[in-house]
Design a protein around this ligand. Structure first.
Ligand SMILES: NCc1[nH]cc(CCC(=O)O)c1CC(=O)O
Length: 313
């Protein structure tokens, strides 16, 4: 394609590297003339990787896992970036775009515990570790008697803390565990009705410079259209609701042919309030359906809901 190697930027966690290797494999498959040495992987450390002692919601700010990588795209030191779409803000810096979405892995959450076969079977008062307000809120909604504590670090760190007995159980994205070859650690897969996934969970996005048509064309064969449509609906919902990453939001869209189904939830952190809605429609209306669902949740929850949400944290 070009004489210089294509440089792919990524975070350095084992999951990020596994995802980047997957992208490299797919690029080599899509472009038979391309050699492995034509693709260079550039590891970039982000704020989200460096600050490990506080909940993400407390550090605040958008793009904790993306800012430094996007700077690399903008200054030309990398040509594309591989991200877990779940960790990406809904608005990108000027000049950048999401050019392709790999086929989504299973978006559900996994329950992992040496003490119980499922969330329902945990003894009263058991301690569940999670850093996600979305998981915390839904755990509390299902089992108000459980104790939820903040639990950070990458996937392997969390599994180590669980094995060391710091908590009785944890929840992790099944997608990440599968990509790390750790699916055998899963105790039970949670039903999305109980634990609706995060927006974009399981999806990998490839970010590029808008003007770099060569790279965009190079990535085009990797795009999975149904995934693109589903995450478009989910991210449009998120965009109407995210005044802050402190708001527990959950959503899942599915595409069957030309038909899109979207389920979305807005919760209070303590799980006592939950607003849910659904949309169905044509895939061409993905963004409008998502935005409309978001507006409905916002107005049903009302100003008082958002006021207490921020006041209580
Ligand atoms: N916030 C961290 C993060 N970002 C993406 C994944 C998993 C893979 C995915 O959802 O695509 C994870 C770990 C987790 O939530 O268990």
């Amino acid at each position: 394609m070009q004489s210089k190697p294509v440089r792919i930027g990524t975070r350095g966690s084992r999951l990020a590297l596994a995802q980047t290797e997957e992208v490299k494999r797919r690029l080599l498959f899509a472009h038979p003339g391309l050699r492995a040495e034509d693709i260079e992987i550039v590891v970039i450390s982000t704020k989200g990787d460096r600050i490990l002692d506080r909940p993400l919601s407390e550090i605040g700010g958008k793009g904790l896992f993306t800012e430094e990588i996007e700077a690399g795209l903008l200054d030309g030191s990398i040509d594309l970036a591989v991200h877990s779409l779940k960790d990406m803000p809904t608005s990108l810096p000027d000049g950048l775009m999401l050019s392709a979405f790999l086929e989504r892995e299973d978006p559900r959450d996994a329950f992992i515990s040496p003490r119980a076969k499922s969330l329902a079977e945990l003894p009263p008062g058991a301690v569940v570790g999670t850093a996600s307000l979305r998981r915390q809120a839904q755990i509390k909604a299902l089992r108000p008697d459980l104790e939820v504590i903040t639990f950070r670090g990458n996937v392997e760190t969390r599994l180590r803390k669980l094995a060391a007995g710091e908590v009785d159980a944890t929840l992790l994205a099944l997608a990440g565990l599968k990509r790390l070859g750790l699916a055998d650690r899963v105790t039970a897969v949670l039903d999305p009705v109980d634990m609706l996934p995060a927006v974009s969970q399981g999806a990998i996005a490839l970010e590029t410079r808008i003007e770099d048509e060569l790279v965009r064309e190079f990535l085009a064969p990797l795009n999975h259209r149904p995934t693109e449509i589903a995450v478009t609906a989910e991210r449009a919902l998120l965009a109407t609701l995210e005044g802050s990453c402190r708001t527990p939001i959950a959503a899942h869209a599915e595409v069957a042919g030309e038909h899109l189904t979207l389920i979305a939830r807005l919760l209070s952190v303590d799980g006592t309030q939950m607003f849910e809605t659904r949309r169905e429609g044509h895939v061409n209306d993905a963004a409008a359906l998502g935005a409309d669902a978001g507006l409905e949740l916002k107005s049903r929850a009302g100003d008082a809901f958002f006021a207490t949400l921020f006041g209580s944290l």
